[in-house]
Structure formats: C-alpha cells, structure tokens
Design a protein around this ligand. Sequence first.
Ligand code: 5AD
Ligand code: SF4
Length: 465
Amino acid sequence: MTKKLFIKTYGCQMNVYDSDRMASLLARHGYGRVERAEEADLVILNTCHIREKAAEKVYSELGRLRQMRDARREQGQDLTIGVAGCVAQAEGDAMIERASFVDLVVGPQAYHRLPEMLHRRARREGTVLDTDFPAESKFDLLPEDVEPGQPVSAFLTVQEGCDKFCTFCVVPYTRGAETSRPAKDVMAEAKRLVAAGVREITLLGQNVNAYHGDGPDGKVWSLARLLWSLAEIDGLERLRYTTSHPRDMADDLIDAHANLSSLMPFLHLPVQSGSDGVLKAMNRQHDAESYLRLVDKLRAARPDLALSSDFIVGFPGESDDDFEATMNLVERVGFAQAFSFKYSARPGTPASNQRKQVRDAVKGERLARLQELLERQSSEFNQRMLGRRMPILLERAGRHPGQLVGKSPYLQAVHVEAEGADIGDLLEVDIVAHHAHSLAGRLIQTKPTDPAKIDQSSSRLERRA
Ligand code: 5AD
Ligand code: SF4
C-alpha cells in the first residue's frame, strides 16, 4: 500500500524547491503526494523563520495537527508529523521542548536523510532531530527524478546560504555559508526539467548572483556564464534568477541582460531602505546612491528592465527622515513590483539587541504609506502594458472554459482566451486590459508556426518596449 505525504510550504521559493525534492525522495520510499493533511500518513511543514509571524504560524499549525492525530489514534490510526526548513534549523531543541509531540525535525541541509530518520522514528519514541550542516551535499544524494506533472515554469536551486550578514537577517544562521552547485549538475538538472516539459527555469539562491560554481572546463563559473550555457538547451525558452544582492551585480551579468535573449527583463533586487544611515546599520554594503547608479547601468543595458525589490520599515533607529529617504528612492526608481515588511526582531541577529526599536504603530504608518506608493507604481506599470504586443508563456488553465493564464516577460499574470492553444505554448498576445494584479490579452496566433521565428520576434519586441 502506498503511504500518503502532505507537505505544507511556507516562505520563499527555495522552500518550494526543497519541498519538491523531499517529495521525490520520499516517493522512492513509497509515499505518494496528496493535497490535504487530512488524507496524509505523513505531514511535513517546510517552514520559514524570516519574520516572527512566519515562525509563529508553524506552532499554530502544529497544534491543529496534534489534534488531528489524537482523533485518529482514537480510531486506531496514526499520523507522523515532521518539521523541516528554517524554523526547524533555528529552533531545533527548543522546538522539541515546545512541541514534543513532533516526530521529525530536519534542517534544510539534512533533508536527504529523511528516510533514515523515519526509520529511526519507527523504532523508538521521541522526536528524531537532524539539524546538521553535513559535510556531504544533499544535492549529491537526492534522487535525480523529476516529479511528474511539472509546471511549465520550474525552480532550480543553484546556490544556497549567505555570507553577507545583514544585521536583521536569520539566513546566514539557518542556511549556512554560501555554497554553489557545480555547473554540470545544474545543467543536467535543467535538461531533465526541460525533458519533462518545463519551458522556463528560475535559478534560485539566497544570494543567487554570488554564484561561483565549478565549471566543467575547470574554471569557476559566474551566474552569467551559467545562464549563457543554460540558454543553449533546446526547448528552454526563458530564464530568470532570484534573489540578487546589489553588491554582486557583476558586469558580465548586466551584459547578459543586454545580450541574452532568453534572459527575461525582470530583476528582483532588494534595496531594503533608501537611507544611508539605515543601510549602514543593516550592514548592506551599499548606499542609496550606489543602488541608483546600478539601476541606471542595468537600464542602460536593458531599457525595458522591470525592477522589483524588498523593503523593511521600522529598522531599529529609523527616523522620519530615514523613512522619507526610502520613499524618495522608490519615487526615483519606479518599481514594477515589491515586497515590504515591518522590521521583525529575530533572535540571535545583531539588530535584535539594539535599544532604539521603533514602535509598532509607527512601523504600521510607514508601511501603509510605502505600500500605497508601491501599489501605485505597480498598477501604473501594468497600465503601461495596454496596447502592447508581447510573447506570453501559457502556464495553466484559467477560471473560465477556454481561458489560459500565462506570464509576460515582466512576470505579470496574463489571462487569455486561448482556444486552440496549449499550456506550454509561447505565443504573441495583444494586451487589451489591465487589472490590479494581472493583465488580459488576446491571442494573435494559436500555434507557434516556427519556433525560431517566434523567438526572434519576441526578443525584438522586448527590446523595443
Ligand atoms: N524583519 C523584516 N523583514 C525581514 N526580511 C528579512 N529579515 C527580516 C526581518 N528581520 C525581509 C527582507 C528580505 C526578505 C526576504 O525578507 O526584506 O529581503
Ligand atoms: Fe524563510 Fe529565508 Fe529560510 Fe526562505 S531562506 S525559508 S525566506 S528564512
């Protein structure tokens, strides 16, 4: 009998990728993936520790799972409960104290050991914990199977960890030091994804543009070098990467934005704040001016590049003037999309000990003002798409019959009446309407007659944009 696995994923795209890898590993051990905890024999929460709210959600979900298990046990059935990801890594023993009923606690670098942990758990009572940073790389030990039913657009982790030590951030502690996967492993995984129907790959890393993997030629490859090689894979139409640090935006990467047509004109480039004082206290290693110069350079290379960013408001010591500097920077750059958060003190990080914490009410006011401005910019950005013709990669069924939802080069969702077209097609679409968070388009062709021709026309259109 196959056992059933449910994984709930919190946090970033790297966790989405890890959840898929855990699922393909456990598939080898007889687990089929299901969509609901109620159907599962094994539930894994793949958790995020980045802000307090994210971490607290995990404990309330664990409370619900415990009740579910108690109810099952009354009927002679059981449920195994596991916690993976960054909360598992950061809290480890503390988690076992707070939720001793959890069966497995496994960190992001140790989940290739899950089958063995399940085995150990079956043989004895108590939580099995593994939050090692093992000498071996999980990537070398995970099965190479690509999960069936791959979406058209897939993630591929190429780099993990961070050596930057921003003073607010838990990532250097939960994900460890920066490491890059060898280029040949990345290439092989990309080829497997493409063979399974993937048309767009987003390369992932906490600091993806710091990628420096061993190349098959004996040299160290940069992210740009890797992208150029990936672009040669037949059938791989689009490339993206996230998340980047402004300090690592090397010239060869900027050049790839100018010259590599399958690299999409969208870049997530977190700035966090527009105040030099705050940026210094955050240990960001850039100031507002150098960020603006970088944006100019990127836009000179790729005039239609759409930018997105992350912001933290209410960092310890942030004054009204500091916050105005952030608003100012946003006005000057113009973002297509953004994520903004109230500063959340994370245990063990340097900023959490600072005395000048900002009151929550002040954080709330600043966040509301910033989000209003960012929303306006993103809505104006969507509005500017009206009347434009652009290649759309059709990714999934829409709500209405005959409707498909695809993605624009700028990461916008585009709804199209797509009679005759299929998921996975990359087709020219006229944008006919814009909504708050999506666009509507009309297909001007139903099938790519000649893929080579489409490629050329799409890059020409993007360039003109
Ligand atoms: N408080 C609030 N936001 C944070 N982020 C990271 N750490 C914190 C924190 N302690 C935000 C940053 C980062 C994004 C992933 O989460 O903006 O870029
Ligand atoms: Fe959360 Fe960051 Fe860990 Fe991703 S890497 S799960 S965002 S703490």
